[in-house]
Design a protein around this ligand. Structure first.
Ligand SMILES: NC(=O)c1ccc[n+]([C@@H]2O[C@H](COP(=O)([O-])OP(=O)(O)OC[C@H]3O[C@@H](n4cnc5c(N)ncnc54)[C@H](O)[C@@H]3O)[C@@H](O)[C@H]2O)c1
Ligand SMILES: [Zn+2]
Length: 362
């Protein structure tokens, strides 16, 4: 077992992201080697536990398991309260660690519980979706949704270590897997032409979650994210490029009440919208825009957007968290692997871009 190791620096020190096929079987030893407290609580959900519980429990003898309901609609304070109560019942003290085993929902929610229980206990991320392995588990953002919107309550709370095993992705539904691939494309288009070209070249193989193909790609995404969050943990500068596709993406997720799109699917549409704005401004060539569109569309079908009105979508963008002092920050691609951040995209430009991508004009 030779895991790939990527280091993330934080204000409070740093942590390692360990990646490798079969790492799940070595979880106990990996935590022991890092002197991570022996009193361990696994926070997971019934879906993940059904597939991987036996192996993970075998690798972490003595760990106690706390289950929360599966799904984004359970990423709220009531589930966090359930975790707190289970911890209190078990007399969990500061010398305990939460091990989040699941996708981004579990990682964010268990992470928030770890950040706040007794003002903070240890956290280990064991991401089990592609999206969580390439994105959510790295960077220390944790939180939950409120009825008023997504991720409105949260914290920056770095884990002690992240352990990602691409072998667990074999059980992931194809649609969830593809949703993660759109975030991979985001890294490529926003930060790394090499990664973009690699995904292009391997697109046929990537549709199949064989660890041998996806593992190096996950490692590359983690390297990119680690480098960016090490430079800007709290998203005041460079980290904002990772929001490429997320302004329009978040808007269409919220317009459809988080039901129609997986997060990555909404980001795929959002990237196409941002690219149209960039093409109209003369920042991006039509060739590069077409390359992005082809890569996204070749992966498989995306949920439709033809019934979403451009005007409503623009309105939803204005409510986004990325609005600072009334100005909407927009990440625009300037080529494959490069972006610029602007804050002067007009409603007219947005409406035109949305319409070109296929949103309803009226
Ligand atoms: N903290 C961050 O920086 C960050 C970044 C991106 C996204 N997020 C958050 O991540 C969440 C989305 O995460 P997600 O896409 O992983 O969704 P998810 O956690 O809902 O997982 C998707 C589905 O796959 C199931 N699943 C997980 N692992 C599986 C496996 N190995 N085999 C079979 N099924 C499995 C889950 O139970 C769930 O039903 C959102 O809430 C988003 O806000 C956070
Ligand atoms: Zn995202």
């Amino acid at each position: 077992m030779h895991p790939v190791r990527v280091d993330v620096r934080t204000a409070t020190g740093g942590y390692a992201v360990l990646l490798g096929e079969g790492l799940t079987d070595h979880l106990g030893r990996l935590l022991d080697e890092r002197h991570i407290f022996p009193r361990r609580f696994i926070v997971t959900n019934p879906v993940v536990w059904r597939f991987h519980g036996e192996r993970i429990a075998g690798a972490l003898p003595g760990a106690e398991v706390i289950q929360v309901s599966d799904g984004e609609r359970h990423k709220h304070l009531a589930s966090v309260a359930h975790i707190y109560e289970a911890l209190v019942c078990a007399d969990a003290d500061r010398g305990c660690v939460i091990i989040a085993v699941g996708g981004g929902v579990i990682g964010d929610m268990a992470g928030f519980a770890a950040a706040t229980y007794l003002r903070g206990i240890g956290l280990v991320q064991v991401p089990t979706t592609l999206l969580a392995q390439v994105d959510a588990s790295v960077g220390g953002k944790v939180g939950v949704n409120l009825a008023a919107g997504k991720n409105l309550v949260g914290a920056f709370y770095p884990p002690l270590v992240v352990v990602a095993d691409p072998a667990v992705l074999q059980t992931l539904p194809r649609r969830e897997y593809r949703a993660g691939l759109y975030e991979v494309i985001k890294y490529g288009m926003a930060c790394s032409a090499d990664l973009f070209r690699r995904v292009q070249a391997e697109a046929a193989h990537l549709a199949n979650p064989a660890a041998s193909f996806i593992a190096p790609i996950i490692a590359e995404c983690c390297r990119i994210k680690a480098e960016i969050v090490s430079a800007d943990e709290r998203e005041s500068g460079p980290r904002r490029v990772l929001n490429f596709g997320h302004t329009a993406g978040h808007a269409i997720e919220s317009l459809t009440s988080y039901r129609r799109f997986r997060h990555g699917e909404a980001i795929a549409w959002g990237m196409l919208v941002a690219s149209q704005v960039a093409v109209a401004r003369g920042l991006l060539t039509s060739d590069d825009d077409r390359a992005l569109e082809a890569l996204i569309m070749n992966l498989g079908p995306l949920p439709h957007i033809a019934d979403l009105r451009a005007a409503q979508t623009v309105e939803a963008m204005r409510r986004d968290k990325k609005v600072v002092n009334g100005r909407l920050h927009f990440v625009l691609p300037t080529g494959i692997g490069t972006t610029t951040i602007v804050d002067d995209v007009s409603e007219g430009e947005l409406t035109a871009a949305l319409t070109l991508v296929g949103f309803a004009a009226a």
